[in-house]
Design a protein around this ligand. Structure first.
Ligand SMILES: Nc1ncnc2c1ncn2[C@@H]1O[C@H](COP(=O)(O)OP(=O)(O)OP(=O)(O)O)[C@@H](O)[C@H]1O
Length: 276
């Protein structure tokens, strides 16, 4: 998740505007699965300092004294009036600079963040698969597979049926018997993806999950995403690696400072994004 100081690489507005007018989003291909209607997400950060308060001893002392009273509150307007409709079979890549609101949008679609204004409607249960997805580090891979499958609504017979395939797909081998705290970040990400993709999801939200796997795992996971699309779910994918998005998605949404700058086919949107 990004931090407050994310806007590290601002560029001129004029540089970011695509030369050709944005193409409309692709024609609907199925029934709507996710409707995002004028969505606004605002974070409230307590104890934040203002610009005038930074940087000297007197201000630091004042801050210390003020903390005895009510903490200061700062609002971060992370998503600003985003609207779109996603359909069955869509794999939508979300691109944008650091801090543009990609992870926030995914978390809002997953129902983890309440809208400040507007609404998200989903047909079916959205599942968010992020690099920090909730597996338990102190438990073994085996235990996490079993608990993860139960958490996704499988019964014991289904868990037994899928267990070996999950271990195979993750490629972690004998490490499955060790606590996840002994895994590298890539191994953890692979296991998370293997568990989450063992089930057909109505709406699967993937946040950078492919970024840490090696080349072979990336190839396998792209195949799996294609398969999930074919099984009529909707996939959202946030990744900084644009090749992954180009190869996996049929549609791309470009977020800029919390707003949609472009929504359309990958070729057009990524070309404009790369120029920006
Ligand atoms: N928990 C939070 N509390 C306060 N502000 C937050 C929080 N999470 C994100 N933000 C702010 O919201 C804005 C959007 O952040 P977000 O993480 O959604 O962007 P992102 O596009 O996913 O960034 P990145 O590419 O770096 O992951 C940023 O200004 C960020 O600082």
């Amino acid at each position: 998740m990004a931090e407050l100081t994310k806007e590290l690489f601002p560029v001129e507005e004029s540089q970011q505007t695509p030369k050709s007018p944005p193409r409309p989003a692709p024609e609907p291909t199925g029934t709507p699965t996710v409707i995002v209607d004028d969505l606004h997400i605002v974070y409230r950060v307590y104890g934040a300092t203002t610009d005038q308060e930074k940087g000297n001893a007197a201000n630091a002392l004042m801050r210390l004294l003020r903390r005895q009273g009510r903490p200061q509150m700062k609002e971060v307007h992370a998503v600003k009036g985003v609207s779109f409709v996603a359909y069955h079979g869509d794999a939508i890549g979300i691109v944008g600079r650091n801090g543009s609101g990609k992870s926030t949008l995914l978390r809002a679609i997953a129902g983890l963040l309440p809208p400040h204004k507007g609404a998200v409607y989903t047909d079916g249960q959205p599942s968010l698969l992020g690099v920090n997805a909730a597996l338990m580090r102190e438990l073994t891979g085996e235990r996490n597979i079993v608990l993860g499958c139960y958490a996704m609504g499988m019964n014991p017979t289904q868990v037994k049926q899928r267990f070996d395939a999950i271990v195979d797909f993750s490629g972690i081998g004998d490490f499955v018997q060790f606590p996840m705290s002994t895994y590298s970040s890539g191994m953890g990400a692979r296991l998370r993806f293997a568990i989450a993709s063992a089930k057909t999801h109505d709406v699967l939200l993937i946040d950078e999950a492919l970024a840490t796997g090696d080349r072979e795992f990336k190839r396998k996971s792209q195949e799996r995403i294609k398969q999930m699309r074919a099984e009529a779910g909707t996939v959202f994918l946030v990744a900084h690696n644009l090749d992954v998005i180009e190869e996996t998605c049929n549609r791309v949404i470009w977020l800029h400072k919390g707003k949609i700058r472009m929504d359309g086919d990958p070729e057009t949107v990524l070309a404009a994004y790369n120029k920006g």
